[in-house]
Design a protein around this ligand. Structure first.
Ligand code: 5AD
Ligand code: SF4
Length: 486
């Protein structure tokens, strides 16, 4: 075996939260179609929108759904904020730096708010910063018209209607809900790989984390709805699905069927046309043996588990309120490493949590050595409003956090270099994402989420699954050649 994992070293420095503009021309649920028929036929033209997304995959997918709501109302998506009558930012507040990005974007409009597409331009703030800052956004940037957190997206059509009727300030800041964000239309960015949110919000209370405040309580979607959405996607040509949730494996089917998370994975893998089922992010406490059994028994369930540990020190884990010790976490790793298929494991680590000693940090380095993760996303601790950790004593100085981050990165890079070197001549199946600039070169992902760059003279492989023989590696990806068969 030996298929690989995306090595996310490049995203470690910026916290893995680089902004991605969701600014491609509109693409409806139907790959290839540009505008939903219902929108064309029955809805008045309301103007144009530009939507930029910061943060995690949950946000990316929320943006796809928000775009769907706007298209269904007759809005048209444009590629620049200047061309849009409605400029939307879907924001992230997981670390302070991410939150600051919004305010630097908003600053641009201080003096320039004007007309676009014949209409007065309006600015909206969505997502986690919206929920966290609420009305305060209007004081800081009075030219903003809409502030809406993710738990209120289900009310977006009504909020938009109020905005369109000329209301100056519209808010959706409710986060005490048991409802999920359902929309008939989702404007998907990728024609083969689709996200499906199966659980929203978070009921854990990690001491450093804003998510329970910004995304509200945990709400799982009915398994029948999830599977119906997936079947619809498969019929439209999607072959890979990624189930999303802050704690995806805490999924609790609200329907009488009470399907377990692992059963949902198995059913998803059996949907005709679906070749790959991914899921992220898993919480160690709810990571149970049946998930590994499902991966072992069903090739369609990807052999990759993202299992954030956050720290290798039980003392720090307790202070973080992570609900497991180092030893208990390692038992979960043993489960995964004991699988018959080789399953890639990636993780998240926070360095410089208040009170983290050199000894605690050394335990984290020791854990990297012990687990030999296929990829690590690491972050400097960033105090967040309302969280218990924000008022904890013994804050670690910024320079020391940076030193620990650099040490950790170096260690992980060395571990990955050795691991990647061993994959020479292995065969992997690559789902082809795109064509590289270099002639006859392509890139894609393996089942366990490694980026693979490879050569092929076959010009028609985009979106297909092809066998690739590994011939080398870079620090972050595998290199190879299109082969005849696996
Ligand atoms: N500071 C630094 N990193 C954080 N994360 C969450 N909250 C914080 C914070 N306050 C990291 C965790 C989580 C990932 C998505 O972001 O590692 O798993
Ligand atoms: Fe935040 Fe912890 Fe919930 Fe993850 S499990 S979203 S880190 S509170």
């Amino acid at each position: 075996m030996g298929d690989g994992i995306h090595i996310p070293l490049e995203s470690l420095q910026n916290g893995g939260n680089s902004p991605r503009a969701v600014s491609k021309p509109a693409q409806s649920e139907t790959p290839g179609a540009s505008q939903p028929r219902s929108a064309q036929e029955s809805v008045a033209q309301h103007g144009t929108f530009f939507l930029e997304t910061f943060g995690c995959q949950m946000n990316e997918h929320d943006s796809e759904k928000v775009a769907g709501v706007l298209l269904a109302r007759g809005y048209r998506q444009v590629e620049t904020p200047e061309a849009a009558s409605l400029v939307l930012y879907n924001t992230c507040s997981i670390r302070e730096k991410a939150a600051q990005k919004l305010f630097s974007r908003l600053g641009v409009y201080r003096d320039t708010l004007g007309k676009a597409d014949g209409q007065p331009q309006k600015i909206g703030v969505l997502g986690c910063v919206a929920q966290q800052e609420g009305q305060a956004i209007f004081s800081r940037a009075p030219w903003v018209s809409l502030v809406c957190g993710s738990a209120s997206y289900r009310n977006l059509p009504q909020l938009l209607a109020r905005l369109e009727s000329g209301e100056e300030r519209v808010t959706g800041l409710d986060n005490d809900t048991d409802e999920t964000f359902e929309t008939e239309l989702t404007r998907r960015d990728n024609p083969w790989r689709a996200y499906i949110t199966i659980i929203e919000g978070c009921d854990k209370s990690c001491a450093y984390c804003v998510v329970p405040f910004t995304r509200g309580p945990e709400r799982s979607r009915d398994s029948a709805l999830v599977l119906a959405e997936l079947r619809g996607l498969a019929e439209r040509g999607y072959s890979e699905v990624q189930f999303l949730g802050q704690t995806v494996n805490s999924y609790a089917d609200p329907s009488p069927r009470k399907m377990r998370f692992s059963e949902l994975l198995v059913e998803a893998g059996q949907v005709p046309g679906i070749r790959r089922v991914r899921f992220t992010t898993s919480h160690p406490r709810d990571f149970t043996p049946d998930i590994v059994e499902a991966i072992d028994a069903h090739a369609a369930i990807c052999n990759h588990v993202h299992l954030p540990v956050q720290s290798g020190s039980s003392r720090v884990l307790r202070a973080m309120q992570r609900t497991y010790s180092r030893e208990e976490y390692l038992e979960k790793i043993a489960l995964i490493r004991g699988a018959k298929r080789k399953v890639a494991v990636t993780t998240d680590i926070i360095v410089g949590f208040p009170g983290e000693t050199e000894e605690d940090f050394q335990q984290t380095l020791g854990l990297l050595e012990e687990v030999k993760y296929e990829g690590v996303f690491s972050f400097k601790y960033s105090p967040r409003p309302n969280t218990p950790a924000a008022s904890m004593p013994d804050a670690i100085p910024e320079e020391e956090k940076s030193r620990r981050l650099a040490t950790l990165l170096e260690k992980q890079r060395a571990i990955q270099t050795v691991a990647l070197g061993k994959l020479q001549n292995d065969m992997v199946e690559v789902h082809v994402d795109g064509k590289a600039k270099k002639e006859n070169h392509w890139y894609g992902h393996s089942s366990c989420n490694r980026v693979v760059n490879f050569s092929s003279s076959d010009g028609g492989i985009l979106g297909r699954y092809v066998p690739v023989r590994i011939s080398g590696c870079t620090p972050n990806s595998l290199l190879g050649e299109h082969a005849a068969a696996l």
